[in-house]
Design a protein around this ligand. Structure first.
Ligand code: NAD
Ligand code: MG
Length: 413
């Protein structure tokens, strides 16, 4: 029986994880569940899953949860804040941590899981974008495992031979033994192709893009996701973050990672080899597949996902991506090439801009502008300590907030 902590249990990924675990209660035991401020959501999950720990983001929400759970007299310890998250990410009785908090808020708990040598199922791509080098070095140092939940990276992981990774345990990223691009070629791989649905506005004119609302942006054609990643998908910054994520996870240079538009989201990504072979992973667009893959790895376990019926689908479609329409993609490539904390700055500015858009304080088309202006004013540094990375993150958030305020007073009606 493997103990599991689910960070971000009330979110889309958290709930899908519980859906998979429900089918394998002989293999996995839920030990801890966490949420931001959704007391209703977490109390319902606590009553159903009876974890030993429940964590809310702040003391007030934790107090409310405690009161809510009191009548049931369950042996659930309610904790709060960063300290609570770090504790449940590193409990000795857990083997697996699902890192499914959205945004930079998930970084410290993901790192804590790495320090405690856990198997990390990484949905929280922002943690890797903010601190790729630090996170991977920590994973290696403490003999942890990092398995990708992002469907594209999980697909690539399935299409890459184990020999690409130094360790039979999965990713092994000693800074000394990190795979160089030469090693990438040694594995016979020539390219990683990340597929992208193109989001809901692929066919919108520039004029239509100007007036896009949060409601439209959150209505993704293929995937049901939280609001932040839905907006990221609509601007294609999600794919930008995924390019950076792929560079870290698979130790490749940005030019080895390309984006292919595939509106149906059936092929989740592809790996091209020097002999002309291209391996792909296919499946219905349902996050329970990568979640089950990583939970069970290296074994396969069922996920409850509907079988893929290719005859019913008939045709698969592909297009090349329009970098002019989706400037976030180039911003992400450039940030990864610039290195250091440039990607921390990119992520911070994006989070601020997306939040402002969701609150109707910023136009959709101003999201990439805020990021670009922030990146052009702040220079990334080569730092690997958490406190310095968090300092850079705060600096970028403050700067981006000022830019958002300028745009929102002058441009948004
Ligand atoms: P979501 O908004 O549905 O859920 C986010 C979870 O994080 C919730 O449980 C929320 O309570 C918690 N949370 C939010 N802010 C927090 C804070 N400040 N402190 C503590 N907890 C906080 O998001 P999601 O769609 O489940 O995505 C989660 C992560 O997984 C994101 O990083 C996203 O990019 C990634 N991801 C999601 C999908 C998907 O299909 N939804 C696919 C790939 C990757
Ligand atoms: Mg993805």
């Amino acid at each position: 029986m493997k103990g599991i902590t689910i960070l971000g249990a009330t979110g889309t990924i958290g709930l899908n994880t519980l859906e998979v675990i429900k089918q394998h209660q002989d293999k996995f035991k839920v030990i801890a569940l966490t949420a931001n401020r959704d007391v209703d959501g977490l109390s319902a999950l606590c009553l159903k899953w009876l974890p030993r720990y429940a964590v809310m983001a702040d003391a007030q929400a934790a107090e409310q949860l405690e009161q809510r759970l009191k009548p049931a007299q369950l042996p659930i310890q309610v904790l709060s804040g960063k300290a609570g998250l770090i504790k449940v990410a590193s409990l000795p009785e857990i083997e697996i941590v699902m890192a499914a908090i959205v945004g930079g808020a998930g970084l410290t708990s993901t790192l804590a899981a790495a320090e405690a040598g856990k198997r990390i199922l990484l949905a929280n791509k922002e943690a890797l974008v903010m601190s790729g080098q630090l996170l991977l070095a920590t994973v290696f140092k403490h003999d942890a495992e990092l398995l990708p939940i992002d469907s594209e990276h999980n697909a690539v992981f399935q299409c890459i031979p184990p020999s690409h990774f130094n360790s039979a345990k999965g990713y092994d990223h000693s800074p000394a033994r990190i795979k160089t691009p030469a090693a990438f070629v040694d594995s016979g791989i020539s390219r990683i192709l990340l597929t992208a649905s193109g989001g809901p506005f692929r066919h919108y004119s520039d004029e239509q893009m100007q007036t896009v609302t949060p409601e439209q942006a959150c209505a993704h054609p293929n995937w049901k996701m939280g609001p932040k990643i839905s907006v990221d998908s609509a601007t294609m910054m999600n794919k930008g973050l995924e390019i950076i994520e792929a560079c870290w996870l698979f130790s490749v240079q940005p030019h080895h990672v390309e984006v292919l538009l595939h509106p149906q989201s059936v092929i989740h990504s592809l790996v091209e080899y020097i002999d002309g072979s291209v391996l792909a992973q296919l499946g219905n667009p349902d996050m329970r597949t990568p979640i089950a893959h990583a939970l069970g790895w290296p074994e396969r376990i069922s996920s409850g996902v509907k079988r893929l019926n290719l005859a019913e689908i008939g045709q698969l479609h592909f297009e090349s991506v329009d970098f002019k329409k989706f400037p976030c993609l180039q911003l992400a490539y450039d940030a990864m090439l610039a290195g250091g904390t440039t990607t921390t700055i990119l992520n911070a500015a994006n989070e601020i801009a997306v939040q402002a858009f969701l609150q109707k304080r910023l136009r959709f088309t101003d999201i990439p502008r805020v990021i670009e202006v922030t990146l052009s004013h702040l220079t990334g540094r080569v730092v690997t300590q958490l406190d310095l990375i968090l300092e850079e993150d705060t600096r970028a958030r403050e700067f981006a907030t000022e830019i958002v305020n300028q745009y929102s007073t002058t441009n948004y009606h």
